[in-house]
Design a protein around this ligand. Structure first.
Ligand code: UT7
Length: 324
């Protein structure tokens, strides 16, 4: 084990300007504000403008995180973008973000773990930093899920939205950062569940993009168990208990799933950050968007113990414990 530690220096979020409410959706599909709010907690979602791509959202969130840290792109040597909705099949959206930010050094690549992408990307950045492959990383979760939706399928189109969130992580300074940093992470996947939540297209299978398909009830059934599994695993590795947590920042897919996980783990609702009402499920962007909100409004403060968690297509799932 290395005594090196990775700290989170700053976070930032970006949501496209256009808001689509439940009422607006109810004009085009057989649904209602009441059903969506009751079953999911979602009230509205943001939709990227025509010509506004995942790399644009990612770049905006990345700029915000750099601004909040007082850093420029010269200070970053790794960009990881977690996304399921890349601008193009290749190159990696991270390289487009690198170009838009004017970075010509270091490295940039994408991670595809759907809704768990940000937790996977943070864990990857943490490993790169601890092994000395990178010194400071811009980790972004960014999605334009609206482009993958079948807008006639009420079972999926009401659930997702577009957005991006970013974090800057760097090697801790032994003197000034004392106990701060990423304390433990757990990542899991089980591909036997691939067809419960997937996109029915791709370059190799159909030579097209496809649409989101989901067996909602099946995903729901597995979600709480998977979330609690990784949260307990991270607590065990780090030696902390649920009672030590100051904040629980879960993947924002459905408020009922978040509430179910909170109850099962015994985390009081006032310690749970909820933003799903305002931006729906933004896949890899949901955890960093929730983090950015709770840091900006002063809830998450230096020294707080923060548990991140996500689960999604694959299935993939994971959790990360951070001393802020
Ligand atoms: O990142 C992970 C990604 N995904 C998730 O986390 C999603 C997990 N699943 C869910 O969140 C929930 O299963 C849903 C929100 C998708 C659905 O909630 P549910 O309580 O499991 O509802 P259901 O699928 O059992 O459907 C209940 C009823 C059905 O009608 P009948 O068969 O009872 O007549 C559906 O056809 O609700 C109907 N329904 C809708 N009604 C109005 C399904 N979608 C809608 C809708 N508006 N948008």
């Amino acid at each position: 084990m290395t005594d090196k530690r990775t700290i989170v220096r700053s976070v930032g979020g970006y949501l496209p300007a256009r808001i689509m409410t439940n009422e607006e959706l109810a004009k085009t599909v057989d649904t209602s504000d009441e059903w969506i709010v009751q079953r999911t907690g979602i009230r509205e979602r943001h939709i990227a403008a025509e010509g506004e791509n995942t790399s644009d959202l990612a770049t905006a969130a990345g700029r915000k995180a750099m601004e909040n840290a007082g850093l420029t792109i010269a200070d970053i040597d790794l960009i990881i973008v977690a996304t399921t909705t890349p601008d193009m099949t290749f190159p990696a959206t991270a390289t487009l973000v690198q170009h838009k930010l004017g970075m010509h050094h270091g490295m940039a690549f994408d991670i595809q773990a759907v809704c768990s992408g940000f937790v996977y990307a943070m864990t990857t950045a943490d490993s790169f930093i601890k092994t000395g492959l990178a010194r400071r990383a811009l980790v972004i979760g960014a999605e334009t899920f609206s482009r993958l939706l079948d807008w006639t399928d009420r079972g999926t189109c009401v659930l997702f939205g577009d957005g991006a969130g970013a974090a800057i992580v760097e090697l801790a300074d032994k003197d000034t950062d004392a106990k701060r940093g990423i304390l433990a992470s757990a990542l899991r996947s089980d591909g036997q569940h691939w067809n419960k939540l997937y996109v029915d297209g791709g370059p190799s299978s159909t030579m097209s993009v496809g649409h989101v398909r989901m067996e909602g009830k099946e995903v729901f059934k597995h979600a709480v168990g998977m979330i609690t599994d990784v949260v307990y695993s991270v607590l065990e590795t780090s030696g902390y208990t649920v009672a030590d947590l100051d904040w629980f920042v879960p993947h924002q897919a459905n408020k009922r799933i978040i509430d179910g996980a909170g109850v099962k783990l015994g985390i009081p609702p006032e310690k749970v950050v909820i933003t799903v009402d305002r931006h729906a499920n933004t896949s890899a962007a949901s955890v960093p968007l929730a983090l950015a909100t709770a840091v900006a409004d002063g809830r998450i403060k230096r020294g707080d113990l923060v548990m991140l968690e996500a689960m999604g297509g694959g299935f993939t799932w994971g959790a990360t414990l951070i001393r802020w």
